[in-house]
Write a protein that binds this ligand. Sequence first.
Ligand code: XMP
Length: 320
Amino acid sequence: DWTMGAFKEQAIRQIRDQVGDGKVICGLSGGVDSSVAAVLIHEAIGEQLTCVFVDHGLLRQGEAEEVVRLFGDHYNIPLIHKDASDLFLGELAGQTDPEAKRKTIGKLFIDVFQEEANKIEGAQFLAQGTLYPDVIESVSFTGGPSVTIKSHHNVGGLPERMNLKLVEPLRELFKDEVRELGRELGLPESLVGRHPFPGPGLAIRIPGSDITREKLDILRKADAVYLEEIRNAGLYDAIWQAFAVLLPVRTVGVMGDYRTYDYACALRAVTSTDGMTADYYHFDHEFLSRVSTRIINEVRGINRVTYDITSKPPGTIEWE
Ligand code: XMP
């Protein structure tokens, strides 16, 4: 008789066995996986765990503050918060190729993470919230020979470089099971039920053009309006992932008596059970009109909104 409570107890025993009285570093992203891993490990070994949060400046509205509030203040887990947005945005300037952006972000992430982790004396272990689908999808893509569709962002290479052993307590779990485990650990529903968010963040939601602070601000606002409307409509939990994408095209519009020439944005929402396949979410048209009107009225820089009706396959969930 297998329950999540039993899994938790077993995982805690395994972590204690593996770690002994060693020190563990865990990277926090603000997402469900790394949060659940951190709280589980904290429950197992307490203050032997230090979390490192590298803020790349590519998070959604309010997210960085939330991480610090929850882990630093609420859980009182030792937390290093590094704002590295200048470094990341500087290196990303001029880059538009999806895989090049991922590589840049992945490399910088490892550099910054390593620098911060080096401040924790005597650490021997690195914890990661790797899930079962991460393990398989980064190796090959089902439906073809082993072709990498998108290189996933993790701290690959770091354990060897820093001589750290990996602690990956979620390796056998699917997303819905990680959420169940999070609830079992008493994490707030707002975090446990949170939609997945990619490691490279908003950088892969500004396809085809230069990533600037200005565009990131525009995208954050549109995304926040969209998510607020989804929550207000009671649809958040029925959707696997929803987000806005800032398109690299300006279109002509009319606002009052004025001509506008601003960016177009695309809205994406999908249902899925594991992220490997997905269907687009069938919003009703009133909902879409409301979101479109609000974004165009409230977000300076966007004058056109479209809805993406592509499923996966043949599309992927993200645009890049
Ligand atoms: P795709 O776009 O491949 O996305 O259908 C499947 C799931 O993976 C997330 N995703 C990423 N996550 N680094 C990540 O950590 C990445 O580079 C990356 N690319 C996509 C995506 O948000 C979805 O949940």
